[in-house]
Design a protein around this ligand. Sequence first.
Ligand code: THU
Length: 155
Amino acid sequence: MKFTLRVFKSIDELEEEDASLLASAKRALKNAYAPYSNFKVAAAVLMADGKVVTGTNQENAAFPVGICAEGTALSAVSSLYPDTAIRKIAITVKSGANLADRPVAPCGICRQRILEYEMRFNAGIAIVMMGEVGEVYAVNSVKDLLPLHFSKTDL
Ligand code: THU
């Protein structure tokens, strides 16, 4: 098994599609509802037909009820366009506490959610991650972030 992470010095080094998807995610940050953590997260999903759908974290006074940006985006995509595969997801953050100067990777639950989508359409989903500034990380599949995953093939 081989896991590959590509590291870019900045958004300027990215190919146009990745830079543009990250820009969509950055624009969506304003829609995050994160009054409890003050940590805004946005995900921009690029569909196989070129559509872009964004999602942001949506928190709740009952903390575990909150939903991650990736979960919001995937639920929206699956509800609106259930027959369309996802090609790529860009994830970015804005922290109220300090400048996020490194990429943030999806939490474990969201990695599993992305894996389900990959398995459903039998196609890898590239993930591009960036903080507010600094390096960008990219993988071609969530399997690079979730080694020894559990999926429907194990059932
Ligand atoms: N969060 C996300 O939206 N995505 C992740 O992958 C990690 C964490 C959110 C959840 C919560 O609203 C805030 O970040 C702080 O944990």
